[in-house]
Design a protein. Sequence first.
Length: 270
Amino acid sequence: MSFRTPSARTAIYTASLLALSTVSALAFAEPSPALDRASLSVGAFYTEPRIKVEGDTEYGRIDTGTYKGDKTTLPRVKASVLIGDSHGFDFDYYRYDKDYNPGLSGSTNFNGQPLTGNGQLNAKLRLDLASVAYKWWLGQGADVFGIGIGGAYYRAGIEGTANGSINGISGNARYDESESAWAPLLELGYRHQFSPEARFYANANGIKKNGGNVNGHIYGGSVGMEWYVTPMVGVVAEYTASKISLRRDRDDTAVNVRLNGPAAYLKVRF
C-alpha cells in the first residue's frame, strides 16, 4: 500500500490543478477583441428635436402640431461591464431639458359642444431616459452579435404657461404635468474590430409600455466608429435616432418626440 499512496496523492493533486486551471480559464477567458471588459463613455448628442403635444383640456383640444425646436446639445453617458467572455450589462442615460414655445391650435367637443382654440405655450419640456440591459454576446472573433433584455425608466414633464383665445374666451393657464414609468427593454447589437485601434458598432432597441397611467413606446438605433489613441482611451463618432411616443389615458394627452443627429464621446476602457 505504501507505494500506491504517492500515486493516489499525485492523481488528486493533478486533478485539483486541472480543476483550478479550468475554473481560472473560465473566469479569465479572453472575450472577443470587439468587446471590452468594462468601459465608460461620456459625451454629447447634437440634435434638432421635432416635438408634438396634444390633449383634451377643460376648454377644448390643444394641438401644437409638429414643432421643430432649436438645435441643441444633450449630455449622454454610457457604460458596459463584461462578465466572463460572452455576458454583461449595458447602461445608458440621456436627458432633454429645454424651452418649448409652439403655437397652439385645435378643436374638439366638450359636453357635446364644438370647441376651437389657439394661442401660445411658453414652457419647458423635460425628458429623462435611463436603461439597463443584460447582454448575451454570440461569437469569439472580430465579429460578435448581442441580444439584450432589461428595463428602462422614463420621465416626461411639461411646465409653463399657455395663453391665448379658446372658444372666443381669452385667458391663460399654468401647466405643470409630469409622468414617469418603468418599461421592458429589448436590444440588438453588433460589434466588429478592424484593428486594435479601430472598431465599428451598431445598436437597435425598443421599449414598449402597456398598462398604468402612461402607455407608449420608444424606439432607437445608432451606428458608430471608435478610434483608440491609447490602449485605454479613445474617441467615438456616432449617429443616433430616437422616436418617443407617450400617451396618458385619463386625459388623452400625447407627447411625440423625434431626436436624430450626430453624437461624440470620450471613451475609457479597462
